[in-house]
Design a protein around this ligand. Sequence first.
Ligand SMILES: [Zn+2]
Length: 265
Amino acid sequence: MTEVDKSVYDKLIEYQDILMDKFKLEELMDGLPKVIASKNEILSRLKKAYLSKHKQYKKLEENLLTYDKKFGELKLEQADLEEKRKVTKTQKEFEVIDKSIRDKKEREEELHTQMEQDREVINDLRSAINDYEIDMKRQEEDIAREQERINAELAKVKKSMEELEAKEREVVEVIDEDFRAKFEKIVRNKEGRGIVALTCGYCTGCHLVLPQEFINKVRSNDKIYFCPNCSRTLYFKEDDVAGGENIFSAFGNADDDDDFFNAED
Ligand SMILES: [Zn+2]
């Protein structure tokens, strides 16, 4: 019967710590760009709103330029009609021309009102556009700053990762490759506790009390065993009653249990 070198368990515990640090760094690396992504999203929304306002503004501004031409035309038409009115021969003709002149004046007033309204809207748009420009600039500066911070952070994380990977290479030398993959999965799934002690008759990972036969097997150390309940890697640790390190030690003695169950015999 081959025996597992007990130092493997120490290596696994060391490996577990390295893995946990690696997972934390991976999480950091994944999370960092997300901050920028949400800031970029805000910026793109600002740009979209800005462009829409800008388009509206340009259109109204072009519109404003056409007013002068329209006023000029109306003035000419009015002057023309006034000349005609001077030389009318009948009352009826006079009234028709007079009505046309009044219509032209009314149209001129309408145009004036419209122009004033357009000007007001243009002023509002201009101020909104100005605000958007300030907001966009701020957001861009914020993103640039954030990017710089993230780059520095990522460089640090990358360096830590390289250091960890160097340590990892050293530690995993004595760990079988297939087992390594399995162990990494357990550590990831069990929040960093992939290897736990079997002591006082129970798995310290899930606190399940294990059968004596199984405990003996783990103790024999002929191969690496896993908890049948939580799948964590187990290593045998002598019961530490005197140390009083854990709360279960007081009633973890198998002999006491036997007495209890045999009491009625
Ligand atoms: Zn367990």
